[in-house]
Design a protein. Structure first.
Length: 319
């Protein structure tokens, strides 16, 4: 969300009184009713299509745009109303409780902001197929962890292996990543309390945590690979040409997650350890079709080894 839109709304929201808040909630309820009616009509059309095979009428683009604008406007109103209610509570609270409320309210606002971001994201996904809702949700959870003071993040994933000497079932420790998702969870207004506008990503994966993971692997006689993870949107597996291209880019494994969470964690100053279970071999000149059942089976078999590594690292962390 651009700063020139967000900041005036936050400033205005801080000046709202209860009378203005009630008025805004009245408009809010009417707006929600309109959008629910629109969604109900769409569901009715699809239900008729499923039961009678009637064609589903195409929803005009202007109507979809209206709904999206309405959802964004409602998100602004909710944020506005929540800020006004919290400010009013601070003004009327006894002095002894104000410091406690000043600590709690910023975290509550982050929770509300996450819910609103997911709401807008799912609306975009529903109306235009813009695939940002999962990105917002996963990265938003890490953002909340940063807000609550978490200092270390351990991420894991299942991935396809493109290194010719590695096999399914191996575990790779992420040394670096390539972001081909086409988006970033940091787009929008930045809150300097949680991290800089342009965080440095030259060392996303903490060297000390990686050293601990190597020690644990040696102690438990676990083969631990180390390489570069590339994140792609999916949800399909890649073609031979795509595997060949990704390998030439310098990637050792490919997956569809992890990178957004890591970006938010690094932005918030967290130390990150990343571990990937290689579930299938993606060699373009010897490619064998993979099924979800095979991928899940390999991941389940490697899970105890992954658990041993993560537990061992956590035990070595200072209290």
């Amino acid at each position: 969300m651009p700063a020139e839109i967000t900041l005036p709304i936050l400033v205005y929201g801080s000046k709202l009184g209860l009378k203005d808040l009630v008025g805004k909630l009245e408009y809010l309820s009417k707006g929600i009713a309109i959008i629910l009616a629109f969604i109900g009509v769409k569901l009715l059309f699809h239900a008729l299509h499923e039961t009678t095979s009637l064609p589903v009428p195409e929803i005009p683009i202007w109507l979809s745009l209206t709904v999206i604008i309405g959802v964004i406007f409602l998100a602004f109103l909710l944020w506005d109303a929540a800020g006004a209610a919290m400010d009013h509570r601070l003004e009327t609270a006894p002095p002894a409780k104000r410091n406690k409320l000043r600590t709690i309210f910023p975290l509550v606002k982050r929770v509300i902001l996450l819910v609103l971001a997911v709401m807008v994201g799912f609306t975009l996904l529903s109306e235009f197929g813009v695939n940002i809702a999962p990105l917002l949700a996963s990265a938003g959870i890490v953002g909340l962890a940063v807000g609550f003071g978490a200092q270390t993040l351990v991420v894991s994933n299942a991935c396809g292996g493109m290194h010719p000497l590695w096999a399914p079932g191996d575990i790779m420790m992420i040394a670096d990543h390539i972001n081909l998702l086409g988006d970033s969870p940091l787009i929008g207004a930045n809150d300097e309390r949680f991290g800089p506008r342009f965080p440095d990503l030259s060392a996303c994966y903490d060297a000390a945590l990686r050293a601990l993971a190597r020690e644990v692997a040696v102690a438990h006689r676990v083969t631990l690979r180390e390489g570069t993870y590339v994140a792609v949107p999916g949800p399909n597996l890649e073609t031979r040409a795509e595997y060949r291209m990704l390998r030439q880019f310098g990637a050792d494994v490919v997956g569809m997650s992890t990178v957004p969470e890591v970006i938010v964690a690094v932005h918030g100053g967290m130390r990150v350890l990343g571990l990937s279970i290689i579930t299938d071999q993606c060699l373009p000149d010897a490619l064998v079709p993979a099924t979800l059942e095979q991928i899940m089976a390999v991941a389940a078999k490697a899970e105890p080894v992954l658990t041993t590594l993560v537990t061992g690292v956590l035990e070595k962390l200072p209290a």
